[in-house]
Design a binder for this molecule. Structure first.
Ligand SMILES: Nc1ncnc2c1ncn2[C@@H]1O[C@H](COP(=O)(O)OP(=O)(O)O)[C@@H](O)[C@H]1O
Ligand SMILES: [Mg+2]
Length: 346
C-alpha cells in the first residue's frame, strides 16, 4: 500500500514521524538508453541500449572495463549530457523534462572530482552549500559536520592542491553530499588510490548507505563491485551483459567448486563419485590429480553434507577446499575476455 501518497502534503512535511518512502522504489529507471558521439574519426556508439533499474536503498555498481560507457551513462543520468535515444527517470523525474528537479535530488562526484585546488577544503564546501541555496550559517554548520564526519579536520583548512589523493577524494565525496541528496553518483570513487584510502572510501560509502542514501557507482575493480555493491550491472561496449547481485551473478555462471583430496590409489574416487553423482546439488564431478572436483550450488551449505556422506562410508579425505567463482569468471563467460586484461589493454 502506498501510504505516502494518501497523506496530505502538509502532514508529510510537518509531522515528525515522516512515513518511510516505499522501500525498493526505483530511483533510476532507463529503457533503451543510447548515446552516440560523432567526430572526424567517425561515429562512436558509447551507450547502446541500456536498461537499468536502481532501487532505493541500494549500493548499485556499474562494472566494466575502460571505455565501456560507464561515465557516459552516468553523465546522462546526472543531467550533464543528453541521451541520443531511449528514456530515463531519476528520482521519479523524467530526464528530458525535469532536469532541475533531478539536479536537486542527486549528488555527483566525477572521476576527477570538482574541488577548486586554489582554495581550502572548507571554502570549497561553503561555496557548494551556497550553490545549493543554503545561507552562510547553514553552510558553515553543514561543512563543519562533514569535516568532522569524514575525519578531515587535519587538512580542511589547507589548500586543496596540497592534498593527497585519498584526502582529495574524501573532500570530493563531502562536496557531493553537502546538500543531502537522496541519490549519490560516484564515478570510479577509488581509482588511483592506495589500498588504505580505498578502504576508507568504502567505509564512507557504507556509512552513507546505512543512513539511507542510495548510491550508484561505477568501477572497473571487481573486488569493489563484489565487496561493496548489493547489485550490479556489468557493461561492455555500451551494453549490459549481466545484471543482479554479486552472489547471483557468480552462482549463475559456475556454482561453487569443492575440491577433495583422496587416496587415488584406492577405490575412493569411484566410491565418492558413486555416492554423490545423483545428489541434487551436484552439477558436475570431475576427477583431478589429487582426487575430485565437485561443481555445486551453494558450496558452504552443502559442504558439511558432502563430508558427512563420505564419513558415513568411511572414505578418508586428505584435504578439502571450497572455491568460489569471481566476477572476472562472470565477465569472461559473458564477453570471452578477462576484465583484468581489458583494463590493462585499454
Ligand atoms: N566526448 C566524446 N567524444 C567522442 N567519444 C567519446 C566521448 N566521450 C566518450 N567517448 C567514447 O565513448 C566510449 C565510452 O567512454 P566512457 O563512457 O568514458 O567509458 P568508461 O567510463 O566506461 O571508461 C569510449 O570509446 C570513449 O572513447
Ligand atoms: Mg569512466
Amino acid at each position: 500500500m502506498d501510504t505516502l501518497s494518501q497523506l496530505p502534503a502538509t502532514t508529510v512535511a510537518t509531522n515528525g514521524a515522516v512515513p518511510q518512502p516505499q522501500k525498493g522504489k526505483a530511483l533510476i529507471k532507463t529503457q533503451g538508453l543510447t548515446r552516440t558521439f560523432k567526430s572526424r574519426k567517425g561515429t562512436v556508439e558509447a551507450v547502446r541500449g541500456v536498461d537499468l533499474e536502481v532501487r532505493q536503498g541500494e549500493i548499485f555498481g556499474f562494472l566494466g572495463p575502460n571505455g565501456a560507457g560507464k561515465t557516459t551513462t552516468m553523465r546522462i543520468l546526472t543531467t550533464l549530457m543528453p541521451a541520443s535515444g531511449g528514456t530515463a527517470t531519476v528520482c521519479g523525474f523524467d530526464l528530458r523534462r525535469d532536469l532541475g528537479k533531478v539536479r536537486r535530488q542527486i549528488g555527483y562526484v566525477s572521476q576527477s572530482g570538482g574541488a577548486e585546488p586554489a582554495e581550502t577544503g572548507r571554502e570549497n564546501l561553503l561555496l557548494q552549500g551556497r550553490i545549493y541555496g543554503m545561507n552562510s550559517k547553514e553552510a558553515r554548520q553543514r561543512a563543519a559536520e562533514l569535516i568532522a564526519r569524514l575525519d578531515m579536520d587535519a587538512f580542511a583548512d589547507r589548500l586543496v592542491k596540497t592534498y593527497s589523493g585519498g584526502q582529495k577524494r574524501r573532500l570530493d565525496v563531502a562536496l557531493g553530499i553537502m546538500h543531502r541528496p537522496e541519490l549519490l553518483f560516484l564515478d570510479e570513487p577509488t581509482t588511483g588510490l592506495d589500498p588504505q584510502s580505498r578502504a576508507r572510501i568504502w567505509d564512507e560509502v557504507r556509512a552513507l548507505h546505512a543512513q539511507g542514501m542510495t548510491i550508484f557507482l561505477t568501477t572497473h575493480y571487481m573486488d569493489e563491485a563484489d565487496g561493496l555493491c548489493n547489485r550490479l550491472a556489468i557493461i561492455d561496449h555500451g551494453q549490459i551483459v549481466s545484471q543482479g547481485s554479486p552472489e547471483t551473478l557468480k552462482q549463475e555462471i559456475a556454482g561453487d567448486i569443492i575440491s577433495l583430496g583422496l587416496d587415488t590409489q584406492s577405490d575412493a574416487v569411484a566410491r565418492v563419485t558413486g555416492q554423490l553423482r545423483d545428489r541434487p546439488f551436484v552439477r558436475e564431478i570431475q576427477p583431478t590429480a589429487e582426487g575430485l572436483q565437485l561443481y555445486v550450488s551453494q558450496g558452504e551449505t552443502v559442504l558439511p553434507e558432502v563430508l558427512r556422506t563420505l564419513d558415513a562410508d568411511h572414505i578418508a579425505i586428505r584435504t578439502v577446499t571450497l572455491a568460489r567463482p569471481t566476477l572476472d569468471d562472470v565477465f569472461l563467460r559473458r564477453t570471452g575476455r578477462s576484465l583484468r586484461e581489458s583494463n590493462g589493454n585499454a
